[in-house]
Design a protein around this ligand. Structure first.
Ligand code: SF4
Length: 499
């Protein structure tokens, strides 16, 4: 049996993309292996926006190519790839393609004479040069199957590169008039969990923050049709999924690229909320990441009104200083951000608030950094993903002097982490004595404990070895708290699906 292995780097969007890539590969008859040294097909969902990820791509492909001397092996790379990296990857990988062209992968492999496991079964006669091979059907999210483009027609595919052994293909990528990402979204994902799932609702970004390369790797914003999103969500809820995250680089600008033709983000949430009520099922819907500029009271009111919309808001602030925000091209001021925080506290008082913040951005003086510290103190975030600034190849700020020494960046990281720990600990201590619903996600590092998270995504652990609780809701009475987690006793099973 031929086996495959995929390495996924980067953010949740890449992880979500990877679930659709798995569907297509398994449609060809390959089976997953946890061990890359056993695989016949090795793929990488790359992230070009962080140097650390790029370094990992090179280290993987060097190792994989060294194995080719001893066995047949096909390698591919997809995901977030900057044009400059794409040119370099062409020399190293057999295949490089954007995820939007994923449906054509089986045909491309056939085109170059690599017989996939399913073709072994389907076609007993060896393929003659120039003959057409029927590519396998790919499960589609609407319940039909789509046949992929037959091999013969793939010669015209502009965005896929395949270099037969020893040959380098380096043609420029061509723009397409229609957006092929829709074709990708209709592939049914191979979900990696039976109770948590991602649903991509939008691809690309129009915001062009100066430190970010996403608009150059994923392109402009494209919203997925709302009918498809609702269909995928309903199917997941019917199957018993408990936690569903709507994904987009700029999730709350959903629909704005199709004015008059698509519903807006608050209306999408409203439809999900109404479905939640009618379904009688228990589940939480999250979304990430929204942009402060597109965050409205309307969104918050819809969340407050519908129990299935999780009371947790992840709202990146990135800096607490107006001049730095301007250099970042964030298009909002600190006070505008604080107004949104005020609205969250007023409309959804129980909501937890998470953020992303960068320290040591080019031009961040001590005084400007102090403004970020003040924002941390004012908001009292439940969680903050604090990143040390590093120029990302392809982003505008990579052309500016990276003028804050690493030692200072690290010190600032330490200071903001201290703020986070202090506030999160206070909040978590306030939960002691309360009974909270928790989605149990797995065994904890602490022996004989399980862990999970609350609706506000606070990590919770409790003593139990009952593996059947994983993937269900449990009721926990909180007995102790630290900055990053709470602990408690199992007191009930609100999950109605549990006997
Ligand atoms: Fe990048 Fe800014 Fe778009 Fe987020 S909003 S994906 S940080 S450009």
């Amino acid at each position: 049996m031929l086996q495959y292995h995929i390495v996924t780097l980067g953010c949740q969007m890449n992880k979500s993309d990877s679930e659709r890539v798995q569907t297509v590969i398994e449609g060809m008859g390959y089976r997953w292996t946890d061990h890359e040294e056993e695989a016949n097909l090795l793929g990488l969902l790359a992230c070009s926006v962080r140097q650390k990820s790029i370094d990992k791509v090179y280290s993987k492909i060097r190792k994989w190519n060294s194995w080719k001397a001893h066995r047949n092996l096909l390698t591919f790379v997809s995901g977030c790839v900057l044009p400059a990296d794409r040119e370099k990857f062409l020399k190293l990988f057999d295949l490089i393609f954007p995820v939007s062209e994923l449906r054509q992968l089986p045909g491309m492999i056939s085109q170059y004479g690599i017989v996939t496991p399913l073709q072994h079964v389907t076609y007993k006669e060896p393929r003659r040069a120039g003959s057409q091979v029927k590519a396998p059907d790919i499960p589609c999210s609407q319940g039909q199957v789509h046949g992929v483009t037959p091999a013969g027609s793939l010669v015209k595919a502009p965005d896929i590169r395949l270099a037969p052994a020893g040959e380098t293909v380096a043609r420029p990528l061509l723009a397409r008039p229609e957006d092929p990402i829709h074709n990708f979204w209709t592939i049914r994902p191979s979900y990696n969990s039976s109770f948590e799932a991602f649903i991509p609702i939008q691809n690309g970004c129009d915001k062009f923050c100066t430190y970010c390369a996403v608009p150059y790797t994923r392109g402009r914003e494209v919203s997925r049709p709302s009918g498809e999103i609702l269909e995928e969500l309903k199917e997941l809820v019917e199957k018993g999924y408990k936690s569903i995250t709507l994904l987009g680089q700029n999730v709350n600008s959903y629909g704005l690229d199709k004015p008059g033709h698509e519903i807006t983000f608050p209306n999408l949430l409203k439809k999900i909320g109404e479905f939640g009520k009618d379904s009688g099922k228990d589940f939480w819907v999250y979304f990430t990441s929204p942009h402060p500029r597109d965050m409205s009271d309307e969104v918050l009111e819809v969340i407050a009104a519908h129990p299935c919309l999780a009371k947790q808001i992840h709202l990146p602030v990135q800096s607490g200083d107006d001049e730095v925000l301007e250099r970042m091209n964030r298009r909002h001021t600190v006070e505008e951000y604080m107004d949104i925080i005020g609205s969250i506290r007023r409309i959804i008082p129980e909501a937890t608030i998470f953020t992303d913040i960068i320290v040591g951005f080019a031009g961040e003086t001590d005084a400007r950094f102090e403004n970020s510290r003040r924002v941390m103190a004012r908001v009292r975030f439940n969680m903050a993903y604090i990143a040390i600034y590093s120029p990302r190849p392809g982003a505008v700020s990579a052309r500016w002097e990276d003028d804050i020494p690493m030692a200072v960046k690290k010190q600032r990281l330490h200071i903001l982490t201290g703020e986070l720990i202090k506030h999160a600990k206070e909040f978590n201590h306030g939960l002691i004595g309360r009974k909270l619903r928790v989605l149990v996600t797995g065994a904890d590092r602490k022996e004989s404990y399980l862990s999970g998270y609350t609706e506000g995504r606070i990590v919770m652990r409790f003593a139990s070895e009952d593996q059947s609780l994983i993937g269900t809701f449990a009721e926990i009475q909180v007995t102790s708290a630290s900055s990053y987690a709470i602990e408690g006793d199992l007191v009930g099973y609100p999950d109605l699906s549990r006997p």
